[in-house]
Design a protein around this ligand. Structure first.
Ligand SMILES: [Zn+2]
Length: 276
């Protein structure tokens, strides 16, 4: 089954991963801007990173028949530095006309601090002025519930952005309901240990259905699995779910969310193979 991984940091993965993902049916990835494992020294570091996301990474993906789209922002961890964050936010519009940019993300909170909240709201302001989609990172472990509540509150106060143009990512059992009830899309991150495992994600599909729900690997330079979405497909099949139910979660839903971006164009893989 062809699938989409709507959240994966391919700059941190090898070309062997691209090959294995292509063989497993990956047709499209979307790559949010995130923390590189170290704080950048200035705005030029981000400009280079955005060039890598918008130009270089798409070329690597294409070698394996995978389409690549991306999101731009300063991540929540480095958002603690407010003056640097403002320089980055002012620079982002230079890249917003590029056809493979889906919007602003992954913005959000890390330790739920005041500075992170300030920069989260300034990113929302940019997204509303430029009419961009928004991808939101929710915090880890102990900070997740409170951070998700804070994020949903700030989004509720930003009346210029419609709820359906925002995806709340890394939801778990205790945060999925408020995000869906607010009208947002949600992403379940399939991690080997923390966040959602493939079987916990399948449980949540059985409870909440398939509307506005996606799954992703959030593969990066840490402990993560770039083939987590195929693992989820395997789990869903083992439980007897129909191919159409699975396809909705791993393919049609991310396409529907991305298609709200006017620049987004995607040529399905099957058609490509048929004409090549
Ligand atoms: Zn991420």
């Amino acid at each position: 089954m062809n699938y989409i991984d709507p959240h994966i940091h391919m700059v941190s993965r090898t070309t062997d991963d691209y090959k294995r993902m292509a063989m497993a049916g990956c047709a499209l990835v979307s790559e949010p801007a995130f923390w590189a494992g170290f704080d950048r020294s200035g705005v030029e570091g981000f400009r280079d990173y955005f060039r890598q996301l918008t130009v270089v990474e798409g070329r690597r993906a294409k070698l394996y028949g995978i389409e690549h789209a991306c999101w731009l922002c300063i991540n929540a961890k480095e958002a603690e530095n407010v003056s640097l964050s403002r320089e980055v936010i002012a620079m982002i519009p230079e890249f917003l006309e590029l056809p493979n940019v889906l919007g602003i993300g992954e913005i959000g909170l890390n330790k739920n601090t005041k500075n992170e909240s300030i920069i989260f709201r300034e990113h929302l302001d940019l997204a509303s002025r430029t009419n961009e989609l928004v991808l939101v990172h929710t915090p880890h472990l102990a900070d997740k519930y409170q951070g998700t509540r804070m994020i949903l509150d700030m989004l509720a106060h930003e009346s210029r952005i419609s709820a359906s143009r925002v995806c709340i990512d890394h939801v778990e059992e205790h945060t999925i309901r408020p995000a869906l009830e607010a009208g947002h899309w949600v992403g379940m991150t399939l991690y080997p240990i923390t966040k959602c495992t493939p079987s916990r994600a399948a449980d949540l599909i059985e409870i909440y259905g398939t509307e506005r729900i996606m799954v992703n690997s959030a593969g990066d330079w840490g402990h993560s699995d770039p083939l987590a979405v195929p693992e989820f497909i395997f789990e869903m099949r083992a439980r007897g779910h129909s191919e159409s139910t699975i396809r909705r979660v791993v393919y049609e839903n991310p396409l529907a969310f991305f298609s709200q971006c006017q620049r987004f164009r995607f040529e399905p893989r099957k058609e490509k193979l048929a004409t090549s």
